[in-house]
Design a protein around this ligand. Sequence first.
Ligand code: HEC
Length: 439
Amino acid sequence: MQSKTLFIGASLLAAAGCATVATGPQAIDWTKVPATRVAMFYPGQSSYQWLRSAGHKGAAKETQRGDACTSCHDDSEEEQTQGGKIISGKHPLEPQAAAVKGKAGHIEVKVQAAYDAKNAYLRFEWKTAQKHPGNDYPGYRFDGKEWKPYGHMRLTPNVLAGKTPAIYENRMSIMLDDGKVPGFANQGCWQTCHDSERDMPKAPTKDEVAANPLLGGVLKKSDVRKYLPASRNDANDWRSGKSVEEIARLKADGQFLELMQWRAHRTDKIGAADDGYVLEYRNFDQGVNPFTSNLDGKTKQPKFMFDAAKFGSKAMVAGDYGKKEMVLVKGMNAVPFDPNAGWKEGDILPQYVLSAEDSKGSAADNKAIGSWKDGVQTVVFIRPLGLANADDKALKAGGVYHVGFAVHDDNMTGRGHYVSYVRTLGLGAKADIQAVKLD
Ligand code: HEC
């Protein structure tokens, strides 16, 4: 908690946990801000392609035509039953049903919004699956000789085979558009979810991605992630990326989605949320993220270790997961890695190191305050109004936006989340979620 006071100011500290909080000069009393209940469901592999196939019974044509998902799926009740069907173990949209056995098909999230002259404030509250804050993250484990990745999300083959434990951070994500992305208003986040992405059907090999002119050649990526149909010559083929010039033109026209993510491990401790956008890939904004890799590419050793005086030891061990907060933060509990510190087999160090001071540029626009208590997580995103960066969607008073939400919990990442159908967010304007003007 101390770190948050440092970087954001004590005034906002209580934003997530308590009902009343001062934001700069004024107070947000969240009990007075209307709440919208949004059911979010487990979507399995319901990709852009599946939705336009015969598998989507009797709805392929309508979906291709661009009809709203909610023209058939009732926005409130359906969301609650659809995930249950997919997670049941009997649905073709979840081939890894064993990995999600017992998981809830949907969750309910309470959403509230407010704004003042400077910022928009978006508050989310939901019950977590775990009995702890869900801020664990895979580490690097010393095996006596080398530091090797330890832990991964629940759907990973190595986790399913029992070779490494299920470990991942909880997350709250927002995708937002200002009317410029075709199809988003009606079909929301599903515009970005395609076969061939990580953990989706037909995922290509690393070599295939490396050989692709756009993904391997220009972007230097090794996998396929969220993309918008307009970034491809054929929306159904990840390989058919448009030229760098064409993609730059789409971006200049505002044909990209804002993506903001609060992460229980990688941003929470320093009061941040990361700032990214989706166009030809799931990109981060220009600048430096709140978190950076803790692996030295040359030595293949960690860059930072815990300060034993502050953390209690210089590293953690497997048994600490779920029990202890193991977030490595520069200027707080991190010191440069000492290769001669007498490392023992089983020592684990985090894969990322956080720094509020180092994060900068457009990537550092968003702040967020999270709080977990008795199984309830609250997060308040703080998004400055009127951002003018090329990779941001500017929010302004009077504006109405389309938003889609996702929650990752229970050691999940990638597609293993709960998602919402699209909603409207209005800043002092009529919408599903109406942000209240603070005075
Ligand atoms: C024309 C009506 C229609 C539209 C538009 C439509 N769907 Fe469906 N959807 C259906 C029907 C019918 C089913 C099959 C239900 C069943 O098999 O019991 C279905 C099934 C699904 C399923 C599988 C789980 C389930 O409920 O059976 C998902 C996921 C889904 N739709 C998501 C979407 C999304 C996302 C969109 C928008 C991009 C969308 N649908 C648009 C009618 C529609």
